[in-house]
Ligand binder design. Structure first.
Ligand code: CIR
Length: 266
């Protein structure tokens, strides 16, 4: 079994802008503290580097308060990248900002042109398929266009539903290894993960589901001790990263990076 869905050579991150205080959020729990957000961000980048990543650290984009959530604007695969088309109007322009960086890395960079919308926070790439959760940001047309684009590289897309009221599919799940998905109970109950082993987040710790497996580590937002313990018991190396400020903007570990191994460099 290959491991290209969780072993990577590279990551792209973007430093949070001061304007991140104005980032989108479902429920306002107060403005994030940018200094603390940047401290957490530095720890996140350091954790990726500790796992061997070459991290391309992009500068803040003040015009786009959510631009540190780079994951949403592109899907990076080995064969090429796809620039997505965010469903949030204030985030649409972020995709074009990411394109030149990806063109510098990949020979093939494709673009979702629309009219559909898709944010890659709704996309979970596993070893055997690409799962896409329909959400308030990702619609059927967007999924159809992505399916068509990645089909040329041999990928199969399977459409699932993001639970109601949940921002992104990966707000509620993450890949732990080729066979295993960390999921909230509410998402697992929908039945889309039957072909996988699932580890459930502890009750009341649903926000722990937005984690990432990067090489040997699972980066988990700090503050979810029972889920951390369950992962530790299952044999994963858990690295906890502060996420209190991004959480105010509905962001977690996966949102903060694009992770990939460009073909020929893996
Ligand atoms: C948004 O609402 O778009 C941002 N405030 C949070 C994006 C989080 N990204 C993700 O879950 N992949």
């Amino acid at each position: 079994m290959s491991d290209r869905s969780y072993r990577f050579t590279h990551a792209i991150t973007r430093l949070p802008a001061v304007s991140a205080t104005k980032g989108l959020r479902a429920v306002d729990t107060g403005a994030p503290d940018i200094t603390l957000m940047r401290t957490h961000h530095a720890a996140y980048v350091a954790a990726l580097k500790a796992e061997g990543a070459t991290v391309i650290e992009l500068p803040p984009l003040e015009a786009f308060p959510d631009a540190q959530f780079v994951e949403d604007v592109a899907l990076c695969l080995q064969e090429g990248a796809v620039i997505t088309r965010p469903g949030a109007a204030t985030r649409l322009g972020e995709a074009a900002e990411m394109a030149p960086t990806l063109r510098g890395i990949y020979d093939e960079v494709l673009t979702v042109e629309g009219p559909g919308t898709i944010e890659a926070g709704d996309v979970l790439t596993t070893e055997r398929e690409i799962l896409v959760g329909r959400s308030a940001r990702t619609n059927a047309d967007g999924i159809a266009e992505l399916t068509d684009l990645v089909g040329r590289w041999g990928y199969r897309v399977r459409e699932l539903e993001t639970p109601p009221g949940v921002l992104h599919f990966k707000t509620d799940c993450s890949l732990l290894d080729a066979e295993t998905i960390l999921s909230t109970a509410r998402l697992a109950a929908a039945g889309g993960f039957k072909a996988y082993r699932t580890i459930l987040t502890a009750e009341g710790e649903e926000a722990a589901a937005n984690a990432i497996r990067f090489n040997d580590a699972v980066l988990l937002p700090a503050g979810f001790p029972r889920t951390a313990e369950a992962l530790d018991r299952a044999g994963y190396k858990v690295v906890q990263i502060g996420n209190s400020e991004c959480a105010k903007l509905d962001g977690g570990m996966s949102c903060l990076s694009l992770r990939f191994t460009p073909k020929g460099r893996g």
